[in-house]
Write a protein that binds this ligand. Structure first.
Ligand code: IPM
Ligand code: MG
Length: 404
């Protein structure tokens, strides 16, 4: 398992300052004449999904294409429905064709799913059910959610500058187990005849062991600190989680391990987030804490994620939702999806150079002052989703890697 996105690093030196190339130069399909015929070919399943999903995926696809072309990589895309649009088209949130296309590809890039229209649907017909089935079907049990406060965006954080500055943490969320999938679950009636709803938080040893190993390996490549978050003062599933984490820790004596109850972790994340390096936790705590961690960085619109299994394609998606309130208005921040495409290259395909190009281009675009509304502050240039994408393309085009 490779380390997290090194967003604070400066792996690239711009050799030419970004030149104001005309927009049409960046249209899809633009191929550098100098690029040799591609040596590597991959199939990518694109799942734009609902709400702002199609807008951000369209930007990320263009960025992915340009970075790949420069690196001599060729992508074949297959676009498939998932979530609400799949419900409208086929009556189910994850059509079999979508899952089998995803399984057969080299990596999957997802926009977002969900929207008001389907909110009242029964559980098996909710867009979210499609996403959970996709994660389950691809067996992507390890969800990596980096939260990095970029120097350019410190003032976008709601936390004080001295608290937010320099935060660089990675939440590793178990993604295919726990209360999201545990049995028994459902609705019923209790002994008093009252209606009830119930779920089960359950983890088998192998599920904890494998996520623990991913976390220890990741921490080892970062600052060497791992904090396991649980609720072992109350929940048996958490007591067992802690026992297995301690067992696996024996193989990683070089990693400094700590344990924290989830309520305290939620508090510490806003009190002093810099104390954290790598966090490992279960499915539901990871869902909640990663949203909280994202806010430290200023906007959930900046944060990518990678979901990986033992083999097979990874699933890459921004951690934000479908934002139906701004869908179709060209207001969405595409950078989380662009950075998810970088994670796809790095973690999914092992194409580090192309990934670095994209990360560097995002930083360069921010350095040049471009901001979508969610990260806007006075003195910067407000742009929409499309224009942000065009600026990132200019940066990808103008930055070349410095020899390291
Ligand atoms: C996330 C989301 C999903 C989750 C929803 C949309 C099912 O909140 O990816 O964090 O709960 O995992
Ligand atoms: Mg969530």
């Amino acid at each position: 398992m490779a380390s997290c996105l090194q967003l604070n690093a400066k792996p690239f030196t711009p050799l030419v300052s970004p030149n104001p190339l005309s927009k049409h130069t960046f249209k899809l399909g633009r191929v550098r004449c100098s690029a040799a015929s591609p040596s590597k070919r991959y199939t990518i399943t694109l799942l734009p999904g609902d709400g702002i999903g199609p807008e951000v995926i369209s930007v990320a696809k263009n960025v992915l294409n340009l970075a790949a072309t420069i690196e001599g990589i060729e992508f074949k895309y297959q676009e498939m429905p998932v979530g609400g649009n799949a419900l409208d088209l086929t009556g189910v949130p994850l059509p079999e064709e979508t899952l089998s296309a995803a399984k057969q590809s080299d990596a999957v890039l997802l926009g977002a799913i969900g929207g008001y229209k389907w909110d009242k649907n029964e559980k098996h017909l909710k867009p979210e059910t499609g996403l959970l089935k996709l994660r389950e079907g691809l067996k992507v049990f390890a969800n990596l959610r980096p939260a990095v406060v970029l120097p350019q965006l410190v003032d976008a954080s709601t936390l004080k500058r001295e608290v937010a500055e320099g935060v660089d943490l990675m939440v590793i969320r178990e993604l295919t187990g726990g209360i999201y999938f545990g049995q028994p679950r459902g609705f019923g009636t209790n002994e008093n005849g009252e209606e009830i709803g119930f779920n089960t938080e359950v983890y088998a040893a192998y599920e904890i062991d494998r996520i623990a190993r991913v976390a220890f390996e990741t921490a080892r490549k970062r600052q060497g600190k791992l904090c396991s978050v649980d609720k072992a003062n109350v929940l048996e599933a958490s007591m067992f989680w802690r026992k297995r984490i301690l067992e696996i820790a024996l193989d990683y004596p070089d990693v400094e391990l700590s344990h924290m109850y989830v309520d305290n972790a939620a508090m510490q994340l806003v009190r002093n987030p810099k104390q954290f390096d790598t966090i490992v936790t279960n499915n539901i705590f990871g869902d909640i804490l990663s949203d909280e961690a994202s806010m430290i960085t200023g906007s959930i619109g900046m944060l990518p994620s990678a979901s990986l299994g033992e083999s097979g394609p990874g699933l890459f998606e921004p951690i934000h939702g479908s934002a139906p309130d701004i869908a179709g208005q060209d207001k969405a921040n595409p950078l989380a999806t662009v950075l998810s495409a970088a994670m796809l290259l790095k973690y999914g395909l092992g194409e580090e150079n192309a990934a670095k190009r994209i990360e560097a281009a995002v930083l360069d675009t921010l350095n040049r002052g471009f901001r979508t509304v969610d990260i806007y502050s006075s003195g910067t240039k407000l742009v929409g989703c499309k224009e942000m994408g065009e600026e990132v393309l200019k940066s990808v085009d103008s930055l070349v890697p410095s020899p390291v």
